[in-house]
Design a protein. Structure first.
Length: 194
């Protein structure tokens, strides 16, 4: 049963309690669980690429992430099993900026976990990662996620017209970003919500 949000710990406490395992430290089994989640229809439907990813492709992506560079991936785990992911990409140390994306297994969605994961992502980005700017892009139909980002300090910066083709139709994409001062301003208020 879904917990009443008024019974829940505060958002900052829920975010801090999440277990995140860096992909570079994950064993093969955990890394492959992430592929199962990424390939769930409810997840891939909202990604730029919605076709299933093959195991070899995923292994190559894991290997490239492990080799270091511009991408950091964190696996959200519960009782040792993967439940979702946090992906920072395009990490640019000249300008201290990055892009990010996240997803949760369908069985974990709609219970407030996504908001907690986003809070943690912002704390990581503007804390230990030392970023100044965190950006993301969301397909325009994904209005709950756009609203979630806006409520967490992201501002709309643009609209990429017909950026994605899906089933022979074109779809717009919304570009959003949050700056370190935006997060510092909003964080104390957000931290106290349930
Ligand atoms: C995006 C995602 C991680 C959000 O996680 P979640 O656990 O489902 O989100 P939450 O339960 O924390 O909900 C966050 C807010 O969005 C709202 N929301 C979530 N789903 C909604 C829906 N279908 N319709 C309307 N509002 C919705 C919630 O009410 C909540 O607002 P509130 O805190 O004011 O009540 C998850 O849905 C997911 O993995 N989706 C597929 C992949 C994806 O779209 N990723 C984002 C693009 S990279």
């Amino acid at each position: 049963m879904t917990q009443d949000r008024h019974d829940r710990p505060t958002l900052d406490a829920r975010a801090a309690a999440l277990t995140l395992v860096p992909l570079i430290a994950a064993d093969e089994a955990l890394a492959m669980q992430l592929l199962d989640i990424r390939n769930e229809p409810a997840v891939r439907a909202n990604m730029y690429r919605d076709t299933a990813i093959a195991p070899e492709e995923h292994r190559a992506w894991v290997a490239a992430t492990r080799a270091g560079g511009a991408r950091e991936v964190w696996i959200l785990t519960e009782d040792g099993a993967a439940q979702g992911a946090l992906i920072f990409s395009g990490i640019d140390r000249v300008h201290d900026r990055a892009d990010w994306a996240f997803y949760l297994s369908g069985r974990m969605q709609g219970r407030g976990l996504g908001r907690a994961l986003e809070f943690r992502a912002l704390d990581m980005a503007f804390g230990p990662m030392g970023l100044h700017r965190l950006a993301c892009q969301v397909i325009a139909w994904n209005t709950p996620v756009i609203a979630l980002h806006e409520s967490m300090g992201f501002s709309r910066e643009g609209l990429f017209r017909e950026h994605v083709r899906r089933d022979d139709a074109w779809h717009d994409v919304i570009a959003l970003a949050c700056l370190a001062p935006d997060w510092r301003t909003l964080r104390p208020t957000l931290a106290q919500r349930s």
